[in-house]
Design a protein around this ligand. Structure first.
Ligand code: PGA
Length: 247
């Protein structure tokens, strides 16, 4: 795991955008795994700026998002589909048919799960997976537990995640209780992983990810087994790490 510590959120975001852009210059038809939440917003902003400056091109890029709330349609303002179009896709030249986000409303759960994984396979797998991290070490919505699911699955959200995400809703009661998420298997199969974290609330999860045992109660700790993980984190998120290199 390569860990890069930045002075603040803005620097984290710029560095992450630079790395994604460099990746897309090398592989114009890359398959990107994308994350939502507060953390990647700055990176998406900068990627949009870089697109307008002609520095990055999404016309051959395929994307797969990590997760979606169950019960929210794609035009619901708190759905991750809405988030992605609002914060990135509408502002760059990605083709709609190359964008994949798990549906939040569906009839047959097993089919949704199977179709999503097959679409990733058909695209050739994820080249670069962007990840945030939960305060409890969740990755996507792979929540801490006694075991982790390999495949894409439906998951009840933990109380901690519901509380953390309530800030995006008018009240905590509106936060969906379940989500569909890519399982740890597909995440770990991504060829490269770029994890972002900012703020002291993430410091413990980051320390457990890097310095702790591999433990399903800290899903992010499994990233220690992945050969190509880069973590770009700000110094507040790094404050409990034992050894770090700074930019
Ligand atoms: P955040 O969420 O970026 O809003 O902190 C990250 C996550 O829960 O995975």
């Amino acid at each position: 795991m390569q860990t890069i510590v930045t002075a603040h959120y803005e620097e984290m975001s710029q560095l992450a955008a630079d790395q994604v852009a460099a990746f897309l210059i090398k592989k114009t038809n890359a398959v990107l795994g994308l994350a939502t939440g507060g953390t990647p917003l700055g990176m998406y902003d900068r990627l949009i700026q870089m697109y307008h400056q002609g520095k990055v091109d999404f016309s051959h890029v395929t994307t797969f998002n990590l997760d979606e709330y169950i019960g929210l349609s794609k035009d619901h303002p708190q759905s991750y589909a809405y988030y992605m179009w609002h914060h990135l896709f509408s502002h760059v030249n990605v083709h709609q048919e190359n964008v994949h986000i798990p549906p939040g409303v569906f009839e047959k759960q097993e089919q949704v799960q199977r179709d999503y994984e097959q679409a990733i396979e058909r695209a050739g797998g994820i080249d670069l997976q962007i990840l945030g991290i939960g305060e409890n070490g969740h990755i996507g919505f792979n929540e801490p537990g006694m075991d982790l699911e390999v495949a894409t699955h439906v998951v009840p959200l933990t109380e901690k995640t519901i509380q953390a995400n309530a800030r995006f809703f008018t009240s905590i009661d509106e936060v969906p209780r379940r989500a569909v998420t890519l399982g740890m298997g597909k995440i770990m199969q991504a060829k490269h992983i770029l994890l972002l974290a900012s703020g002291k609330e993430k410091a413990r999860a980051i320390a457990q990810t890097v310095n702790g045992h591999i433990d399903p109660r800290i899903p992010s700790s499994f990233l220690q087994l992945h050969p190509h993980v880069t973590m770009i984190i700000d110094k507040e998120a790094a404050q409990e790490l034992q050894e770090v290199s700074s930019v």
